[in-house]
Design a protein around this ligand. Structure first.
Ligand code: ZN
Length: 113
């Protein structure tokens, strides 16, 4: 999905519409120490104690079958040039590809051709 570099948007600080800069924000990394579904985590929770593996955890880790979600939600930030404050988008849209492009230059380059 394509997004323009600048969007005329309402700024809650200036209390009016301004040409705000669009930038993509990374959603962050998952913590490796707190892996969900790990045996060490289960033992800390009081599970997996006793004799044997109780038919649960094999010697091999579970096989990765399929990614459940192939798309990611967008995480955009709008920065106001007047007050230099930024607002995060309220709700992300699911897309596989995100690209921020300047729409105006694309139209101008087509005109020259
Ligand atoms: Zn502003």
């Amino acid at each position: 999905m394509r997004f323009p570099k600048k969007i005329k948007r309402y700024c809650p600080y200036c209390k009016k519409h301004t040409d705000q800069k669009v930038s993509l924000v990374s959603s962050g990394k998952k913590r490796s120490s707190q892996k969900r579904g790990s045996i060490s985590r289960a033992k800390k929770r009081g599970l997996g104690i006793g004799y044997g593996n109780l038919g649960r955890w094999g010697s091999k880790p579970a096989k990765f079958k399929r990614k459940t979600k192939t798309t990611k939600k967008t995480n955009l930030m709008y920065t106001c040039p007047v007050c230099n404050k930024s607002v995060m988008q309220a709700q992300g849209i699911r897309t596989s590809k995100i690209s921020i492009e300047d729409k105006k230059t694309e139209i101008e380059s087509n005109k020259h051709k």
